[in-house]
Design a protein around this ligand. Structure first.
Ligand code: PMP
Length: 362
């Protein structure tokens, strides 16, 4: 056996992650470009100082106060309200979804999604020894609902993973599709990953509204994107309390540190400020999509804080050309496509100038 004695199927695999490069314009990991205000920073600092006074003790394993605050925040999206028992949280929605696969996937079970989609999904399946099945998306990256329903019935997944909006395409799921797939999945759970949910265009509704009707529906969210707190590492879900209870079996004890809980609670108190730039980012996104189309490029319709555009015979050359001009975007998605996150107006100006120059050289 070669050293170290890594599991056979993990040998030679590169760890997931975009390059972290120190360049002036960083538009590669769908972060919110706006940092917290001095008032918000001060409030977080004093909440962490308070938490530090009892750092010799383990944190609240059930994070009761945080669950209540997240439930109150999610209740804005539904007339039915969300209770703390319906909420679960972990270190980023990545960890939430891994826990879902650990609890509901496993050997002999199937996890299903539709490609192209978020490239971590197959990794959660691999790491939890769950069989991975990927259906297809249409050429405009929408979901063919008949194909999706047929594949759900045929493969009987114990977990369906569906981002809305989808990463890397930005495509939101039609509201009706969620109910259809929850019904088709029977006892399998359907995870609607709303990591970018707050960026949706007017008229696109959150799956949170459907929770009372489908006990197998799980809606995941994160504080990393619209909430402008990627460094915090706090993701959460809303679901039937029985699902939250089941996850408690696989979570590591005290997985949410006292510092994380204090920071998240303080950030939630500043929700209006932290979310305050979402409208501006939506406007900038729509303007970026229009501009890219005016350059003769294809652009996927986007309900998120990024746009997928192309196609380029040599997308790596375009990515590199932008990087040489101090603009970092993401080489991801189907062949020939690139993804740009939406930054400040100045950052988008720099992106457009750099892309214009690169395209002139092609
Ligand atoms: N879901 C989707 C669709 C994402 O794009 C991402 C991050 N890029 C995540 C989940 C995970 O985000 P986090 O762990 O920061 O909550």
């Amino acid at each position: 056996m070669s050293w170290p004695p890594l599991r056979e199927e993990l040998r030679g695999i590169e760890p997931y992650g975009a390059p972290q490069l120190d360049v002036p314009v960083q538009l590669n990991v769908n972060e919110n470009p706006y940092g917290p205000s001095p008032e918000c920073v001060a409030d977080i600092a004093s909440a962490v100082a308070e938490a530090a006074t009892t750092l010799n003790r383990y944190p609240d394993r059930e994070f009761v106060e945080l669950r209540a605050a997240l439930a109150a925040y999610l209740s804005h999206d539904t007339v039915h309200g969300v209770t703390p028992e319906q909420v679960w949280a972990a270190n980023g929605s990545n960890e939430v979804m891994l826990q879902l696969l650990q609890a509901f996937g496993g050997p002999g079970r199937v996890a299903l999604s539709f490609a192209p989609t978020y490239s971590m999904y197959p990794e959660y399946a691999r790491d939890s020894l769950t069989e991975w099945v990927a259906g297809r998306r249409e050429s405009d990256f929408s979901l063919d609902l008949d194909h999706a329903r047929d594949l759900v019935k045929e493969t009987q997944p114990s977990v369906v993973l569906l981002p809305s909006p989808n990463n890397p395409t930005g495509t939101a799921l039609p509201f009706d599709a969620i109910a259809t797939l929850c019904e088709a999945a029977g006892d399998g759970i359907v995870v609607i990953d709303e990591a970018y949910g707050e960026f949706r265009r007017a008229g696109v509704r959150s799956a949170v509204e459907l929770l009372p009707e489908h006990r197998n529906l799980v809606v995941t969210r994160t504080m990393s994107k619209a909430f402008a707190a990627a460094g915090l590492r706090l993701g959460y879900l809303a679901a039937d309390p029985a699902i939250c209870d089941a996850i408690r079996v696989v979570r590591l004890p005290y997985h949410l540190s006292a510092v994380t809980q204090a920071t998240a609670l303080a950030a939630l108190r500043h929700a209006p400020e932290l979310l305050g730039k979402v409208d501006e980012l939506r406007v900038e996104r729509d303007a970026t999509v229009d501009w890219l189309r005016a350059q003769g490029l294809q652009v996927a319709d986007s309900d998120a804080n990024f746009a997928l555009f192309g196609t380029f015979a040599d997308r790596h050359a375009v990515w590199q050309g932008l990087l040489d001009r101090g603009v970092l975007i993401r080489e991801t998605g189907p062949d020939g496509w690139l993804r740009v996150s939406i930054g400040t107006a100045d950052e988008m100006m720099a992106f457009k100038e750099a892309l214009t120059q690169v395209m002139e050289e092609l």
